[in-house]
Design a protein around this ligand. Structure first.
Ligand code: NA7
Length: 865
């Protein structure tokens, strides 16, 4: 036994687990821990249980997930004993529910109320946490769990003069227990997020005058509150367990139907029907999934957004107010949409007025009112509904010190970094329930909380069973998770919004996407898998040693993975089992249904004379005024399949993004015309295009060769040959996942031999049909073996899950070593084929944008972006 381990076992902590917070999360965790035989102590700043439902007592405060689902599902007995009165319960009822839960499981005896945890420090030698509370107590524990909620630290009023105001001041999230009577008063509400939108109609019922100061309008749909929705109640009653399970494996934590209909691809009457139905349903889960692509496609999103704006115009009688209430600065859903009861109609009341801070910002708050650039409004009371330091606020506001003496706030100075939103390296035995990097605020919190609590409780049991005392994620796993979470967000419209999901509401807060948007279902699958794979990405240690299965749980881009899964369902025969003719026909069928890529200014077909006859080409011209630089493009397909139109979506994309004419030229294929036929054709095409630049609408001396896969092999080869022949002059070479060498023995070949569409077997088939074995080492087949100096600047693109990855990297490195300027675009999480799937694999877009930016830099005559 090591000395440290001896110390660990020698020093028993006061308790096994400290739990901070007594809301949904803290309560359920205490229940699970006690049932599992752990000694736990809870600390809660409030005087009672409830968490967010203890503090947020403003008028109209309700949940925005139906109570059929916003409820604990872990105990059927509990469910039988509690019946919600409404579709969306009010705050007092939810608080009563949590008090009932605390009583039913006798949880209060483990909780110290009115006490904040102010400091928690990991003592590495003793293997325990030292926790100091506002009550002056110090407690030691093996594990420290922050069950502090995602929206619990209010954003302090940050408006000039706020502290001068002498009237009443209320924060929606710190509402007086005795309530507030606004009768006869002139009231101002600042903030129109969910809290403002819920409270404004009720404050308006009392106030003599109500002025709403709105910085950003939000989307809101009517909650249609009343009895719980009959369809949900019936489903729940028919089979409660199945209903709960469906919620656990749903996107948002609420059972619902997923749709495959896209906004842009659905006829107007069907769109309308779906939108009206969603408006009538009054559920976030429904309005956020009217169309499969509304979260990723701006056009489809606009259909939903405009529908809601139209509703606003139909409710609000003053057109100017209606317009001011209509969100136009963010995509629908990129801020959490609100559910309201009479919100928009409130602005038709004669004593209610909207002040649009976008046109007339607040200049200062005075002793008696609020001044904007246009007016001075005298008021008796200000209600701040200005939101929270979301997701990380409650975690970094406690002084949490990890193994090396650094604090969590320091570690997260540039944004949170977690593994699964549960743990973070350097902070052993420290857990966050629904932490950043987990679905949390994007989901039904009740379901996400239960899932996290179960995972943590099961983990502590597993540790105990294995005789382990500490657990911590590995840097590799954490980095991989951060990347995956960022990848998931990057394909959505979320990063474009100034939302609290992005940290944009708190000045100085890092701008990253805080929650995990891979869905409650996707996330649960990951969390389960991590546990099943022996806690993949975690290091455990105990008196008897250490164990660690290191790794990254999700490495493919989320949409790449979805495409691969869909392909696996098709149960296709191995591509290399088909004779070339059959393979070509098969690829044509696959390509027939794909999106064609973006609109371009002109598409023109032509032929040019090759060494053995005509070569067809297709030209794509940008819509912008020419002349343009010219990209001569060679298609992929292993020199065996494909033609001048088989990469059309990629060519169109390149044409638009790079603002260049793209000429995609066909060439002869194996096995009918073997190597070097394709090289000769490609070379002839280059000479022809260079000689006809003007006729093609191209600029002189602005020519680039490009290609994908085998086409990139040809592009690299003709670039070498053009150098040797003294022309044509090239501005650059764009090599997208190129074949550069015939050895097929790299690490990436081994890693991806069986994997991702382009397998080692398929590549062998291509080589065999293309080139005799004894000629494969010639530079015109394996350009990596050619002379590499004095070549045009290169953009080399490699994909992580591609047998050709390492030969692409090798080519980039060899070019660099030979003095050629190289930009290397590394498409992480992509396969050989996924980058070219324009309009299908959205995560490829950012890499294609990167490619185009490099291309534009090589072509200074292109229009600025
Ligand atoms: P939110 O959604 O963050 O809303 C806060 C609102 O306050 C929002 O309209 C803000 O405008 C506004 N705000 C914040 N600071 C200012 C200043 N300085 N001046 C004017 N207006 C300001 O918080 P909520 O409490 O309403 O809702 C949080 C979540 O709780 C909700 O999503 C549900 O999940 C439950 P901004 O948009 O920043 O321009």
């Amino acid at each position: 036994m090591t000395e440290a381990a001896a110390q660990q076992t020698g020093r028993e902590p006061d308790v096994d687990v400290v739990v901070v917070g007594a809301g949904f999360a803290g309560l359920y965790l205490l229940h699970r821990l006690r049932a599992a035989g752990f000694r736990a102590r809870g600390f809660e700043a409030a005087d009672d249980v409830g968490g967010t439902w203890y503090w947020n007592r403003y008028p109209g405060a309700r949940c925005d997930i139906p109570t059929t689902d916003y409820t604990f599902g872990f105990d059927p007995e509990l469910e039988r004993e509690w019946t919600w009165s409404e579709k969306y319960a009010q705050q007092p009822e939810i608080l009563r529910y949590l008090q009932f839960v605390a009583d039913r499981y006798d949880l209060r005896r483990d909780i110290t109320f009115g006490t904040r945890v102010e400091e928690a420090a990991w003592d590495d030698a003793a293997g325990l946490w030292r926790v100091r509370t506002s009550g002056g107590e110090t407690v030691t524990s093996r594990f420290h769990v922050m069950a502090t909620g995602c929206l619990s630290v209010p954003k302090q009023p940050d408006i000039e003069g706020a502290d001068r105001f002498r009237g009443e001041v209320h924060l929606t999230s710190r509402w007086p227990h005795e309530g507030v009577d606004f009768t006869g008063k002139r009231v101002a509400v600042i903030g129109t997020g969910s809290s403002g939108i819920q409270s404004i109609p009720l404050i308006a019922q009392q106030a003599a005058e109500l002025t709403v100061f709105q910085r950003t309008p939000n989307f809101s749909i009517p909650a249609h509150n009343g009895p719980a929705p009959a369809a949900r109640v019936e489903r729940l009653a028919a089979d409660r367990a199945a209903y709960r399970e469906a919620g656990r494996w749903s996107r948002m934590g609420v059972p619902g139907e997923a749709t495959e209909l896209t906004g842009v691809g659905t006829p107007e009457d069907v769109r309308r029907e779906r939108l009206e139905a969603a408006w009538e349903a009054g559920e976030l889960q429904v309005i956020t999934s009217v169309f499969a692509d509304q979260g990723t496609n701006p056009e489809s999103n606009e259909i939903v957004a405009e529908f809601i704006r139209e509703k606003i115009r139909s409710i609000v009688t003053d057109p100017e107010t209606a317009e001011a209430l209509s969100p136009r600065d963010h995509y629908f859903g990129t801020k959490r949409p609100c559910l309201d009861t009479g919100y928009y109609a409130t602005f038709n009341l004669p004593h209610v007025r909207l002040v649009d801070l976008r046109t007339t910002p607040i200049t200062t708050i005075t002793e008696t009112g609020i001044e904007t650039t246009e007016e001075s409004v005298e008021i008796d009371a200000i209600v701040y509904a200005t939101g929270f330091d979301a997701m990380t606020g409650a975690l970094v506001n406690v002084d949490i010190t990890g193994r090396d003496g650094g604090t969590l706030a320091e570690k997260w100075a540039d944004g949170p970094s977690t593994y699964l939103g549960l743990m973070t390296t350097g902070f052993p035995n420290f857990f966050a329930i629904t932490g950043p990097g987990s679905p949390s605020v994007l989901s039904n919190m009740a379901v996400s909380i239960e899932q996290h609590v179960d995972w943590v409780a099961d983990c502590l049991i597993d540790l105990r069973d294995r005789g382990m005392t500490t657990i911590e994620p590995t840097p590799q796993a954490e980095e991989g998770w951060n990347r995956h979470a960022a990848d998931c967000a990057a394909i959505t419209l979320h990063p474009t919004a100034n939302s609290w999901y992005m940290g944009a509401n708190v000045p100085g807060k890092p701008r990253v996407f805080y929650p995990y948007i891979g869905g409650v279902d996707g996330y649960r699958a990951v969390a389960d898998e991590v546990r099943e794979r022996d806690y993949l990405g975690f290091r455990m240690s105990g008196p008897d040693g250490e164990r660690c299965t290191d790794g990254v749980v999700r490495r493919l881009q989320p949409d790449v993975s979805a495409v691969l899964e869909a392909m696996a369902q098709l149960d296709l025969p191995p591509l290399e089992s088909m004779p070339p003719e059959q393979l070509r026909a098969f690829m044509d069928t696959l390509n027939a249904d794909r999106p064609q890529g973006p609109d371009v200014g002109e598409v023109r077909d032509g032929v040019l004379l090759g060494p053995a006859g005509d070569l067809a080409y297709r030209l794509f011209r940008p819509a912008s005024p020419g002349p343009h630089p010219v990209v001569l493009y060679f298609h992929g397909g292993g020199w065996v399949i494909g033609d001048q139109v088989s990469d059309e979506p990629l060519c169109r994309d390149l044409c638009v993004r790079a603002d260049a004419v793209v000429v995609s030229v066909d060439y002869r294929h194996g096995p009918e015309a073997r190597y070097p036929a394709a090289v000769e054709d490609a070379e002839a095409a280059l000479h022809w295009v260079a000689a006809h630049t003007g006729e093609l609408g191209g600029l002189p001396d602005q020519l680039v060769v490009a290609g994908w896969s085998a086409g990139a092999n040809l592009a690299a080869v003709v670039a070498q040959r053009a150098r040797d022949a003294g022309g044509p002059a090239l501005r650059g070479q764009l090599l997208i996942t190129p074949v550069t060498d015939s050895t097929m023995a790299t690490g990436s070949y081994r890693e991806n031999a069986e994997g991702y569409v382009l397998t080692a077997g398929v590549m062998r088939y291509f080589w065999d049909h293309y080139c005799d074995e004894d000629r494969r080492s010639e530079p015109a087949a394996s350009p990596l073996r050619g002379r590499l100096d004095d070549l045009p600047p290169a953009i080399v693109v490699t994909a992580e899950f591609d047998p050709l990855r390492d030969e692409g990297i090798a080519y980039a490195e060899a070019l660099r070593a030979a003095g050629v300027p190289v930009e290397h675009v590394n498409a992480h999480g992509h396969t050989h084929t996924s980058l070219s799937m324009v309009g299908v694999v959205l995560s490829g877009a950012r890499f294609r944008a990167e490619i185009a930016a490099h291309l534009r830099a090589l072509l200074p005559e292109t229009a600025p972006v």
